[in-house]
Write a protein that binds this ligand. Sequence first.
Ligand code: ZN
Length: 416
Amino acid sequence: MQLDIMVYLLKYIKKVGGNMQRGSFQWMKSLNKSIILNKIRSAGSISRAQIAKETQLTPPTVGTIVKELLEQDLIKESQLGISQGGRKPTMLVLNTSGFHIIGIDAGPSDVQFIVSDLSGKIVDQIKKTVNVGIEEDDFLQMLVTGVKHLISQNKSLKFIGIGVAMHGVVDATQGIAVFAPNLNLRNMDIKSELESTFDMDVKVENDAKALALGEAWFQNQTANTSMIAINVGRGIGAGLVIDGKLYSGEHGIAGEIGHMTIDIHGERCTCGNDGCLQTVASGPAIAEKMVKMIEQGNSTILSEYNNTDLTAEKVHHGAIEGDKLSIDILAEAGTYLGIALTNLIHVCNPSTIILGGGVSKAGKFILKPIRKTIQSRAISEQAQQTPVYVSKLGDYGSSLGAVALILSELFEPAID
Ligand SMILES: [Zn+2]
């Protein structure tokens, strides 16, 4: 174990040299295998002696590695700890503003770019609108332009990596957006494009999966947690975190719950099947339901809008205004989500379920029917009590999730 660390150190100290960005990421990640960095992160504040005690490394080894980490600006010395009888020890903490990460939430209608420090604090951001009918090369170029913009606005910062939360089917291993159905874009090699332009490590993942990882990383903090995050927007996707790890399945489609069949006699879905969850609980489904109800002569304050103007957001506003039909339509979407979530509980038995995406903003109207459905349908009393709540990361859920893609790689608890 100790020899390993020295080998890693020697190998990567050489690598750091002139190439700060990629070199330092590799250096940090390799050091990470020595678990010291992760020990400091998870403890919040810890002394050299305590690290030695908890990792069973010798104090000189800990001292050497800590010195390197201090020189790299990754950690810093903090206020004095509690004395165990002798001199008060100096505590070590993560230097959260020593390095920054760019997180990208690449949705079907707009793309959000953020700059975050190592603790998830957002220090800058920009948003770009996706043009209708955009093609693959232009979409990639848009990502490049956005990152360039943020880097030029933050010249004094040291960037360590770029995380991308992309909608649709993603090959996370290769970093390729395989299929983005809403834009009809295929096989975009996002990782290669960004890595070759910026010389930084790039991770690409499906947006719902990134949201789940972000929640586990920034909110839960418990390494072995099993939780599910659901992104309900134009489409519906779930990210499954099993024992602290994102679960992708054999071909990366684990969590595609938007296409879970809810009603075999239901409406035709974009995927070709009938009655998918997406046809009854997504943003467009909520808007379409309202259109249909207006056509059938039901009364609502939204009757002035026509088919093209009506959005789920307007239905949400209607509900806030007290419009009965808007409230009923959101409640029905909530009931369907509750059925889908009950199915998921029976498959994965998560400790928590978190809702993100545009539709989750109507949490006040959909959470109650979701919880009620789970309580009436789940198989055991404990399963019926599975907590369901709206993500506290708000509009930044997926972009912070993208940041977590890099952080989880960087701080991955080592020991292999
Ligand atoms: Zn479908």
